[in-house]
Design a protein around this ligand. Structure first.
Ligand code: SF4
Length: 356
């Protein structure tokens, strides 16, 4: 893992070996305090650890104070175009500010924000997006017309911005370099990580609807995490933000970086399968979720294998902590590699859940 400088957002540590944290963004109008707080609480319950809200006007910046009273997550204010919104958000208790180098770039304005962030001891994310990269850089990008140049331009835009912050002795910085295509995003983060030790917020921006967005994000974020790059992640989806959190948890768990409860593996089924495996898997997954909600510590670090027949079934079931290899209307349950029981199809879910 790439060792980065550690910063803190509220009580959550980012970088420097801290667990990779999960972020999401509220999709409500921030001025709607109750609606926004309600959505943040739902996201927290799903596993979100840092929440960002859009601050599009002064009313939204003021709402941060009331929202913070109702939630327990560190809150990040997302600022574009007007640096005074950042000032107002910080005054109202934001735990971090996200500034976009593409639309807040005047040095005297940045200085004002840094002065207050230093006083309140909060970090700033320099969040560059390919969609709002500055014209000066963009013209070069358009000439170059290549993904490699797009990544370089994102990195250049962020490094230039960081210099301004460092000139003011401000180092509580976190960085994101998001493009809407996976390759430019991965290239930009890789390039940046060779040049700087600031912690990285990973994401593929404007990734699309849930089905395509999860794939793009998993590839982009996953490729970087596999290389040891990344300190916090946000999966961006056009859809329910809970899906963003679920996808982020699945990415981290699939890579063995975090553990959010038992891992269920199951075969895709084929003509050999003689039970309703889809129904069994769905019931086990929802049963496991309620067990995790009830008693997290007892059920973590557990692999459950649910296999449709004797081809790969016994092998996978033996390797898992608990597994089943199904046959015709029945199944054999394995626990820690040993057969413990043969059960009828109707009892599979109950028996598996009992043994987790
Ligand atoms: Fe088919 Fe059996 Fe493989 Fe499942 S384990 S996909 S049922 S061969």
């Amino acid at each position: 893992m790439r060792m980065t400088r550690q910063i803190k957002i509220g009580g959550v540590k980012i970088g420097g070996g801290a667990p990779i944290s999960i972020q999401s963004m509220a999709k409500t109008d921030t001025r709607d305090v109750s609606g926004t707080a309600r959505q943040i609480k739902e996201l927290a319950k799903a596993g979100c650890e840092i929440i960002r809200v859009a601050v599009k006007d002064f009313e939204a910046a003021e709402a941060i104070r009331a929202i913070k009273r109702r939630i327990n997550l560190p809150l990040v204010a997302d600022i574009h175009f007007d640096y005074r919104l950042a000032l107002r958000a910080i005054e109202n208790g934001a735990d971090k500010i996200r500034l976009n180098p593409g639309n807040i770039y005047k040095e005297d304005e940045i200085r004002e924000v840094i002065k207050l962030a230093k006083k309140r001891k909060i970090p700033i994310r320099v969040g560059a997006n390919s969609g709002s990269i500055r014209d000066r850089v963009k013209s070069k990008w358009q000439r170059a017309n290549g993904k490699e140049q797009r990544a370089k331009d994102l990195v250049e835009s962020v490094l230039g911005y960081i210099k301004v912050l460092e000139r003011m002795d401000f180092y509580d910085i976190i960085v994101s370099l998001k493009a809407s295509d996976v390759i430019s995003t991965v290239e930009a983060y890789k390039l940046f990580s060779k040049k700087s030790r600031y912690p990285l917020h990973l994401g593929v921006t404007a990734a699309g609807a849930v089905s395509t967005g999860v794939v793009k994000s998993s590839i982009g974020i996953g490729a970087l995490l596999l290389d040891g790059i990344g300190d916090t992640i946000r999966v961006s989806l056009t859809g329910d933000p809970i899906e963003e959190v679920i996808a982020a948890k699945n990415i981290l768990q699939a890579l063995g970086l975090r553990n959010f409860g038992p891992e269920v593996i199951s075969c895709p089924t084929c003509g050999r399968c003689q039970v309703d495996l889809q129904d069994i898997v769905e019931k086990i997954e929802s049963g496991v979720k309620s067990q995790v909600a009830g008693c997290m510590t007892r059920v973590t670090s557990c692999k459950i294998a649910i296999m449709g027949c004797e081809v790969n079934g016994p092998g996978e079931a033996k390797e898992a902590d608990i597994g089943i290899a199904c046959g015709k209307g029945s199944g054999v349950i394995f626990k820690k590699g040993k057969i413990i029981k043969r059960v009828k199809e109707k009892d599979i879910v109950k028996e598996l859940l009992k043994n987790i």
